[in-house]
Design a protein around this ligand. Structure first.
Ligand SMILES: [Zn+2]
Length: 155
């Protein structure tokens, strides 16, 4: 990290992505190690896990490390990120590092390398995310036979 990381909220924008749906793009050069965004997280109540809404399946982050009673009974707690925190597309080799701070309800996105103007900003959803979202999709299949959407998608 630089000593005084600059927040680039005015340097990112939502545009159509060539990878998938919409994504977050740099509207000016962002330097390596600079803080791109601190996105507030909103914890959703466990009941929402059972709605199988695509917005929940595709946009939420989940805290697989929480060991509270609700998580044990209903699965990892889901969090919706405000700002652009739920809009980043996944990349196996993202140009950012992210830190999910569930205790303080924030997602921090930091540039892993220099990001050029108009370049898409990617984060890694992590292996656990895909495992968990696939599990949600499987539950959805069992509950709603009419759906044939088994793959997790991030719009
Ligand atoms: Zn919990």
């Amino acid at each position: 990290m630089t000593e005084t990381p600059e927040i680039y909220m005015n340097a990112i924008q939502i545009k159509n992505s060539e990878v998938h749906g919409r994504g977050v793009f740099a509207s000016k050069i962002i330097k390596k190690d600079d803080l791109i965004e601190v996105a507030p997280l909103i914890r959703l109540e466990w009941k929402l896990r059972y709605q199988y809404d695509r917005a929940i399946r595709d946009y939420c982050w989940m805290n697989t490390k929480c060991e509270c009673q609700d998580c044990k009974m209903h699965g990892p707690a889901l969090y919706l990120a405000m700002g652009y925190g739920s809009m980043y597309n996944h990349h196996d080799e993202p140009n950012t590092n992210i830190k999910l701070d569930y205790d303080n309800l924030k997602l921090m996105v930091t540039a892993k390398k220099d990001i050029q103007k108009d370049e898409e900003i990617f984060v890694s959803y992590g292996e656990r995310y895909f495992k968990s979202s696939r599990r949600i999709a499987t539950q959805q299949e069992e509950t709603k036979k009419e759906t044939n959407e088994t793959e997790s998608e991030h719009t």
